[in-house]
Write a protein that binds this ligand. Structure first.
Ligand code: COA
Length: 716
């Protein structure tokens, strides 16, 4: 934050504000040659009508577009808040030094040829210098910035950006430039457009910090390729998405970027699944493709928030009404279902052969007047919260005046209730769709596109109304946890043995089956007697991690004889598996009662930092990869949402007369695991597999706990 006096006015803008509302802009590398980027940037700034001072810089001097060209920054007399750099990479560092001398606040480096092509060192040098001198760097490898607040188009894009309510943040340059053209073609107005390129310094979170306060911005659309500082981004998105609609498009759905898998939690965590889950946690809408993102952004920018969740479909075609019903189910749009009220509302205003059920089917014989009266009747009913108006071309409507009818209806709805129109028919109707869309009216050719947009509004709306999530305050004895890890570190181990995992489970307050460590056969027999049959026996050896593969596990031992036989069999097969393995003994464990087997874990993710994961065990996890994630630490509600995110959640609610399972027990464990990986960052991976879940009120049992950690302690 900075406080200076500009004229008589107290200037209380934070640093990032100067990026969007600069008082003076320099273009270093401004050229008189219209084919150069250094010319195009100046041209866009001039044409857009930037309100501040423009300073083209080029040692050759002269004039460009009627502006004096300064030989260097030191010759500029006024304040320069941002400097756009459009000179080759090898000259950029010196230009940044000049910027520092001029007290520039932000350098925007359009130039390519840095970390994106392996020249990371030069990029680091520039950023380090800039930060040391109180400057921030946007880029390098960007196409610039547009800010409606300053009427500034400092990009080398095609121009023609319309001012509006949607802000775009893009990591991809080419796609971003193409988006400029698309916004113009679709009459989508922008409040800002920021190219973040290599994100060497300023990243999405910095830009969001400004946009969350910017009153003109109603919708934020982000195109992301990779996340660098995930924890900060999560915090920022959670805050922004409670105030504005946030849409994200992320490329790279492949698993290649996933962290090397050390466990299930790792291998199941395809980078994309984690991203998807965490965006949901933040209340961000994830679009599959650019077209969906644009449709949603366009609609959300103008749509009023609904007052409730029930929508009504009005149609003149039965088939398209059914399609719309399917689409509503797909996109989570609820339909109003009070049949008596539907009849009272629509029967008086529709043809007698129509159907007042929702979809309200006016039939193909409906006239424009029937259509209009039905929409008005829906608008007048406060319990009907959003309208889906469908139209299939018929001879009974005068298609020419139909556009006017929709304009009028849209004006009636505009401030009161969300409405989408979907028109299906020939070329004339398509022309109407294009025309009305250009006017900002939410008209779609495909009913699915329209309802997908309404679904996006509903998902975002639920989040806008939600209270801020506060992570559960879990008391964890970090010192005790670290002490367990330290003892293992003394043996240069990065994982815990079963008995140590037991101790850790105790520190975390996890309920585990009773277990006794036995170092010989006699002790094993005594241990089984103490615990009570049936028992399980597992080898304990720091040289054998995969106990089952080594034949080191025996289940369901019901008598002393079985314990003796199993002990001997385990010793034999483990020696055969690894002759030089140092075997400390066996762990005799209470055999747990059967329940629903789940898997729950937490780890340090390369992008998002600490994360928690949950899924159903067995085939659900192996084959279906039915798992959900959250960025940790998590609140109770977030933990519940993670559990209910999995597709097989109904199994936990109880199917075919079964009782509901102890979901609260799972939630407790999820919260604890999230807290421990947040507080002990050197625990890289903790996994409970299975976590057996019993009926509601009967709790959960952590049958096997695996913990991996860094062999050197993290200094925090
Ligand atoms: N200060 C001011 N001007 C300088 C300068 C300096 N230190 N050094 C050079 N210049 C001038 C040049 O004389 C030239 O002006 P001129 O046309 O009057 O001769 C102008 O700056 C540009 O330099 P030039 O050497 O002609 O470079 P260029 O225009 O061919 O290329 C870039 C410069 C930045 C466009 C190019 O290096 C680049 O990175 N292109 C890729 C950009 C990109 O795609 N970014 C990502 C988009 S998503």
């Amino acid at each position: 934050m900075q406080t200076t006096i500009v004229g008589d006015v107290m200037d209380t803008r934070t640093d990032i504000d100067y990026l969007f509302e600069p008082r003076g802009v320099a273009v270093i590398g401004a050229s008189q040659n219209s084919a150069k980027i250094g010319y195009q940037v100046v041209e866009n700034i001039v044409q857009r009508g930037y309100k501040g001072r423009i300073y083209p810089i080029n040692p050759k001097g002269g004039e460009v577009l009627g502006l004096k060209i300064y030989p260097d920054l030191s010759a500029v007399e006024g304040d320069v808040d941002i400097a756009v750099i459009t000179i080759p990479a090898r000259f950029v560092f010196d230009a940044v030094k000049e910027c520092a001398a001029k007290h520039v606040k932000h350098v925007l480096i359009i130039t390519s040829g840095f970390s994106e092509v392996g020249n990371a060192e030069e990029e680091r040098k520039i950023v380090a210098y800039a930060r040391e001198h109180g400057m921030r760097v946007l880029g390098p490898n960007i196409f610039g910035i547009y800010s409606a607040a300053a009427s500034l188009d400092a990009t080398f894009g095609p121009g023609g950006i319309l001012p509006g309510r949607v802000a775009i943040i893009t990591q991809s340059g080419a796609l971003g430039i193409a988006m400029i053209g698309k916004t113009a073609a679709e009459s989508l107005g922008l409040s800002a457009l920021v190219s973040i390129g290599n994100k060497s310094d300023i990243d999405e979170s910095d830009v969001l910090e400004y946009l969350t306060r910017d009153e003109a911005t109603k919708v934020i659309l982000m195109y992301i390729e990779g996340v660098k500082h995930g924890s900060r981004l999560v915090g920022m998105l959670k805050e922004v998405a409670r105030k504005k609609h946030v849409i994200v498009i992320k490329s790279g759905r492949s698993r290649r970027g996933a962290m090397a898998a050390a466990s299930h939690t790792g291998s199941l965590a395809g980078a994309d699944e984690i991203f998807d889950s965490i965006m949901r946690q933040c209340g961000v809408l994830r679009a599959e493709n650019v077209q969906d993102a644009f449709n949603w952004a366009h609609f959300l920018a103008d749509a009023p928030l609904p007052k409730g969740k029930e929508s009504v479909i009005v149609t003149n075609g039965g088939g398209i009404g059914v399609l719309a019903t399917d689409a509503c189910e797909k996109y989570g749009v609820d339909l109003y279902d009070n049949q008596a009220v539907l009849k009272d509302t629509f029967a008086p205003v529709m043809p007698s052969f129509g159907s007042s059920k929702n979809p309200v089917d006016l039939t193909g014989q409906a006239t424009a007047e029937d259509y209009k009266r039905s929409l008005e009747a829906m608008l007048a009913n406060d319990d009907m919260h959003a309208a889906i108006a469908l139209y299939c071309e018929t001879a009974l409507f005068d298609t020419d005046s139909f556009a006017d009818l929709l304009r009028v209806e849209y004006q009636h709805y505009k401030e009161k209730k969300p409405i989408i129109f979907s028109l299906f028919g020939g070329e004339k109707l398509e022309a109407i769709v294009r025309k009305l869309r250009a006017e900002g009216i939410p008209v779609f050719s495909d009913v699915y596109d329209g309802i997908s947009s309404l679904g996006a509004l509903y998902r975002s709306w639920r989040n806008l109304n939600a209270p801020a999530e506060v992570a559960e305050d879990v008391q964890i004895d970090v010192a005790a946890a670290e002490a367990i890890l330290d003892r293992a570190r003394e043996e240069k181990r990065g994982f815990l043995l079963a008995n140590e995992a037991q101790q850790m489970a105790k520190v975390l307050g996890l309920s585990m089956p009773r277990s006794i460590l036995a170092s010989n056969l006699d002790e094993a027999v005594r241990a089984a007697r103490t615990i009570g049959y049936p028992v399980v026996m597992k080898v304990v050896s720091k040289d054998i991690i995969h106990k089952s593969d080594a034949g080191g596990v025996a289940l369901d031992l019901v008598s002393e004889k079985e314990v003796i036989d199993a002990y001997q069999a385990i010793m034999r097969s483990c020696r055969a598996y690894k002759a030089d393995a140092l075997i400390q003994g066996v762990e005799v464990v209470e055999m747990v009662k059967p329940g629903v087997e789940t898997i729950i874990g937490a780890r340090q993710d390369a992008s998002f930092g600490p994360i928690v994961m949950f899924g159903l065990g067995g085939i659900y996890v192996e084959v279906m990869k039915d798992v959900a994630f959250r960025a940790a630490p998590i609140s109770r509600r977030e933990a519940h949402a993670m559990v209910s995110d999995i597709r097989s959640y109904p199994l936990l609610l109880g199917v075919r007369g079964e009782k509901r399972k102890d979901i609260d027990g799972i939630v407790d464990v999820a919260i604890k695991l999230g807290a421990v990986v947040d507080k002990c960052r050197d625990i890289t991976d903790i996994e409970i597999n299975p976590l057996v879940v019993y009926e509601h009120g009967q709790g959960v049992k952590a049958v096997d706990v695996r913990i991996l950690f860094q062999t050197t302690r993290e200094v925090r």
